[in-house]
Ligand binder design. Structure first.
Ligand code: AMP
Ligand code: ZN
Length: 115
């Protein structure tokens, strides 16, 4: 179920515009508005799951569906040499939008250190 007060739910239902790159019944992918790599895409479930910390037996299929979609998104973006998938969860990880999302980052060699 979507949440009327959530930025990414509004992007999913089209109330806020986005640069969509992929969509199926379970997930929606769009370009990050403030890219941190040449390719920076966000993939979100079409359900208002707040973060990775809220993934449970009854919604984990969204995560599986997202990870099924990621290789085809990466291929379409030309990420032949690899990419990074990140989800920030909670305050210490600096999660700013409280709707589960996976960052796909690529298009250049990234630093080995992740934090
Ligand atoms: P996080 O810090 O992991 O919660 O990531 C939230 C991401 O959402 C950031 O990388 C933002 O740049 C991105 N973002 C915020 N608003 C929008 C928007 N309207 N369209 C696309 N990306 C957005
Ligand atoms: Zn939401």
């Amino acid at each position: 179920m979507l949440n009327a007060d959530c930025l990414f739910c509004k992007i999913i239902n089209g109330d806020i515009p986005s640069q969509k790159v992929y969509e199926n019944d379970y997930c929606f992918a769009f370009r990050d508005i403030n890219p941190q790599a040449p390719v920076h895409i966000l993939v979100v479930p079409k359900d208002h799951i707040e973060s990775a910390d809220m993934v449970k037996f009854n919604n984990s299929f969204y995560v599986a569906k997202i990870f099924e979609a990621i290789p085809s998104i990466a291929k379409a973006e030309g990420l032949k040499n690899g990419y990074r998938v990140i989800t920030n969860c909670g305050e210490d990880a600096c999660q700013t939008v409280k709707h589960l999302h996976f960052h796909i980052l690529g298009g250049e060699k990234m630093a080995e250190k992740m934090c």
